[in-house]
Design a protein around this ligand. Structure first.
Ligand code: MFK
Length: 547
């Protein structure tokens, strides 16, 4: 009989084992756990079944741009597979954005939302991307509320698919990617209203109804970026003085429409103070950077589960893959990193939730500000690297498109680019630490939590690592050059330290040998920071790279 490999299976990620339930219980107030767990269990079942099916349909027919109709009239229609609209319905009804704003579980609402998003993302065809920007826009409106903005806010946080709007966030331009100050789009003021002109180079989810975008305005005779809210379509569903130039041909995220747009006088409503656009859009960035972390984590959580299942079915050299010591090593390392990411997003979700209901003190707020870019850069890199290892774990099957495995690797790469690269995040970490008392408050917050750790080599290493970070920061606080050179090392060290701390607290909480093993493995693998030496690298770079 011809050999046919038994297929791997998409499991219910919440119920396949007790891990996520244990995480929920460790971070959540007891009074909210039952309700959240019921919701996650139900949703997780859908995510591996009917929702996954929608994703495959949407991925199977990527969006196309129909610029003109048959008579030559400009229509700029984005033709989507109907499954994309059904994913919109799922997102609305399941309240993926709404949960964060209904706040039925008080400060645990973001934790609830993040765990649910983590389950949704790997079945969402990146519908999670418009949701990230929608959530960011909702938060901007919530914190800049006026009577006239209430309706838009309600749409962005609605559970009825007909009423639910998504939002885009348009920043990137030809001249300015990371450095948005180079933006050329400008706002013209006429009769008390603003009209925006310019080209936006990377605008994801053009199927949205709203967008938050930046445009140059004049403040005291100088050009300054301001934040505007734009209604993308009019009552008839036609674009509002916006032309779609083309759709981007991206490495991954194929089902999700990303466009180049020409703004030809679209009306924008000024949000926040004139000239403070970057500061105001930072609210959107920070929320969507956390979404990025959650989705990066969801990706490897799903892929790890698939490889684990495959490893129990696939035989090589006389035994199942799962019984080979070296394969076990690979799976364990991937699992430790994946679980560390889960704790990161649970902790950040907890802190964000507490900040939004006024329960976070100054120290926790500083922690949240510093660790938002750290979470983004670290989970993104963990996702890219772990995805690569896991795809490889499938051998040749992981390289063949119809297994649906290669897509994981293509899609993971976006996490370290979307909403700011690793270097930009590292510099933002530095920015956050250098503002006010953030560094002092953040380390006080961490030190308080470290006090509860039982004496052990792992606790010793984590404490020593934070000691090393603080000593380096204090020694170099006046030297911008050294600080910038070391910003990436600093960010990864901060991440490793926090992940170790969270895994430690969790192992103490569950008292399960499973969690003690993961803690030992993770902390054992932490590389000690290798700080850059002082000196001007520019000459070295020129001599070694350019000569
Ligand atoms: C899912 C599908 C994906 C599809 C493909 C996607 C591919 C990629 C598409 C994209 O292009 S996504 C968008 C990526 N771009 C970014 O995320 C922008 C990255 N750049 C940065 O984040 C820069 O650091 C930044 C633009 C913020 C630098 O701008 P500035 O003007 O040099 O910042 P500056 O002067 O340091 O800060 C201005 C104010 O904002 C300061 O406040 P004050 O005026 O009170 O001092 C800062 O503190 C504040 N600020 C900056 N970043 C902040 C922040 N506040 C809070 N949180 C932050 N993160």
């Amino acid at each position: 009989m011809e050999f046919l490999q038994e297929d791997f299976e998409y499991k219910d990620l919440y119920s396949e084992n007790t891990y996520l339930s244990d995480v929920l219980k460790a971070y959540c107030d007891k009074k909210h756990t039952g309700k959240i767990e019921t919701d996650l269990k139900k949703f997780s079942q859908r995510a591996k079944g009917e929702i996954l099916e929608l994703m495959w349909q949407a991925e199977g027919q990527p969006p196309t741009h129909k610029a003109f109709d048959h008579w030559g009239k400009r229509v700029d229609e984005i033709v989507m597979h109907p499954a994309w609209d059904q994913l919109h319905e799922v997102a609305a009804r399941e309240g993926i954005v709404a949960i964060g704003y209904e706040r039925e579980s008080g400060s645990d609402s973001r934790l609830h939302q993040f765990l649910k998003l983590m389950l949704f993302h790997p079945s969402s065809a990146f519908y999670s991307c418009p949701l990230a920007m929608t959530d960011g826009a909702a938060r901007v409106l919530e914190t800049n509320m006026t009577d006239s903005r209430k309706a838009a806010f309600k749409h962005l946080t609605h559970r009825d698919p007909e009423e639910f709007w998504t939002a885009g966030q348009w920043m990137t331009e030809k001249a300015g990617g990371s450095d948005v100050s180079r933006s050329e789009t400008y706002a013209e003021r006429k009769d008390g209203r603003y009209y925006l002109y310019g080209t936006k180079w990377f605008t994801s989810a053009i199927t949205a109804q709203l967008a938050m975008t930046l445009a140059q305005t004049e403040v005291d005779g100088k050009k300054r970026l301001s934040l505007f809210m734009v209604k993308i379509r009019d009552e008839n569903g036609d674009l509002n003085n916006i032309e779609v130039l083309r759709l981007k041909d991206k490495l991954g995220t194929k089902a999700m429409p990303t466009a180049e747009l020409e703004l030809k006088g679209v009306e924008g409503e000024l949000i926040g103070e004139l000239g403070s656009g970057v500061k105001n859009i930072a609210t959107v960035l920070n929320i969507s950077r956390l979404y990025n972390s959650v989705c990066a984590t969801g990706t490897i959580y799903r892929l790890h589960s698939l490889l684990l299942d495959y490893s129990q079915k696939r035989e090589a050299f006389g035994k199942k893959l799962i019984d080979h010591p070296l394969h076990q090593q690979t799976l364990m390392k991937a699992q430790a990193d994946t679980k560390a990411c889960v704790h990161f997003i649970a902790q950040l979700g907890k802190a964000l939730g507490r900040s939004e209901v006024g329960e976070a003190d100054q120290e926790e707020l500083a922690f949240l500000r510093v660790y938002t870019p750290v979470a983004k850069l670290w989970t993104a890199k963990k996702s890219v690297n772990t995805t690569s290892e896991l795809v490889e774990g499938f051998g040749g099957a992981g390289y063949i498109e119809d297994t649906q495995i290669p897509r994981f690797l293509r899609d993971a790469q976006v996490f370290s680019i979307w909403e700011g690269t690793t270097n930009i995040m590292s510099l933002d970490t530095l920015r956050a630490l250098s503002q006010g008392d953030n560094a002092k408050d953040c380390f006080t917050y961490l030190e308080k939590r470290m006090r509860s750790l039982n004496e052990s080599p792992e606790a010793g290493k984590i404490k020593k690592l934070f000691g090393e970070i603080q000593a380096w920061l204090s020694k170099n606080r006046q030297n911008q050059d050294i600080l910038q050179k070391g910003a990436r090392t600093l960010s990864f060290a901060l991440a490793d330290g926090l992940a170790g701390l969270l895994l430690f607290e969790f192992a103490m909480h569950t008292k399960k040998s499973r969690d003690e093993e993961i803690l030992r493995l993770f902390v054992g693998n932490i590389n000690w920071p290798q700080w850059s030496e002082s000196g001007d690298l520019k000459e070295q770079v020129k001599q070694t790279l350019l000569s």
